[in-house]
Design a protein around this ligand. Structure first.
Ligand code: FMN
Length: 187
C-alpha cells in the first residue's frame, strides 16, 4: 500500500490524549490549513474559535457542566465528573461554527459543506504534524448556550464540530473501514 498520509490517517479518541501544551507555531499552521478550504464565492461562511489554556476549564465548568446539570437534574456523580472535564481532555479545542449568509446564488448547503471542510482540514493537518486529534460534536454542539458563548447566532449558525488536539500516548489501532466496492461505483 502507498505510504500516502491520507491512506493512514487515523483519529485518536479525545479520552486517550494527553493535554500538555502544543507549540504555538504548530497551532498557527493548523489554523492556516483549516481556513484553506474550497468556499464557493469566497464567503468565509464559518468561524474558528480556538479554546486553550484556562478557557478549556472555564467552558467545561460554566457551560458544559452547568447545562448538563440543568438538562439532567438526576445525573450521577460519575457523569458529572465526566462532563466537568470534557474539553480539558485536549491541549486545544477548535470549535468550528458554520455561519451561513444570505446569498442570491450560492445555496446554504454549500456554505455548510465548506464548514465541514474546515473541520477536516484542521483534523488532517493536526494529524499530519503527529498530534492526536478527533472531530467530535457530543451533546453540547447542539446546545444554544454553548453556541451563544462561542459567538454564534442561535437559529442561524451551527457548531460543525469541536476538533480536539492533544498528544498521543500510543499509536491508535486501525478501525473498520468501508469496503470501497460497496460505496464507490464507476459509471
Ligand atoms: C461531524 C462528526 C461528529 C462526530 N461526533 C462524534 C461524537 O460526538 N462522539 C463520537 O464518539 N464520535 C464522533 N464522531 C466520530 C469520531 O470523530 C471518530 O473518532 C472518527 O470517526 C474516527 O475516524 P478516523 O480515524 O477515520 O478519523 C464524529 C464524526 C463527525 C464527522
Amino acid at each position: 500500500m502507498s505510504d500516502n498520509f491520507y491512506l493512514k490517517r487515523r483519529s485518536v479518541l479525545a479520552k486517550k490524549m494527553r493535554n500538555h501544551p502544543i507549540k504555538d507555531e504548530d497551532l498557527l499552521t493548523i489554523i492556516n490549513a483549516g481556513i484553506r478550504v474550497p468556499d464557493h464565492g469566497a464567503l468565509n461562511p464559518w468561524k474558528i474559535k480556538v479554546i486553550k489554556d484556562d478557557k478549556l476549564k472555564v467552558i467545561d465548568e460554566n457551560i458544559i457542566l452547568t447545562e448538563f446539570k440543568r438538562e439532567n437534574p438526576e445525573a450521577s456523580d460519575e457523569s458529572l465528573i465526566i462532563e466537568s472535564k470534557r474539553l480539558q481532555r485536549a491541549s486545544v479545542v477548535m470549535a468550528v461554527i458554520s455561519t451561513p449568509v444570505e446569498h442570491p446564488k450560492i445555496p446554504n448547503w454549500e456554505m455548510v459543506l465548506s464548514s465541514g471542510a474546515v473541520c477536516m482540514n484542521l483534523l488532517s493537518c493536526a494529524q499530519s504534524l503527529g498530534y492526536a486529534a478527533q472531530w467530535l460534536t457530543e451533546w453540547y454542539a447542539y446546545n444554544n448556550k454553548m453556541l451563544d458563548y462561542l459567538g454564534g447566532r442561535p437559529g442561524i449558525d451551527r457548531i460543525s464540530g469541536f476538533i480536539y488536539i492533544g498528544h498521543k500516548v500510543e499509536e491508535p489501532n486501525e478501525r473498520r473501514r468501508p469496503d470501497a466496492e460497496k460505496v464507490v461505483s464507476y459509471l
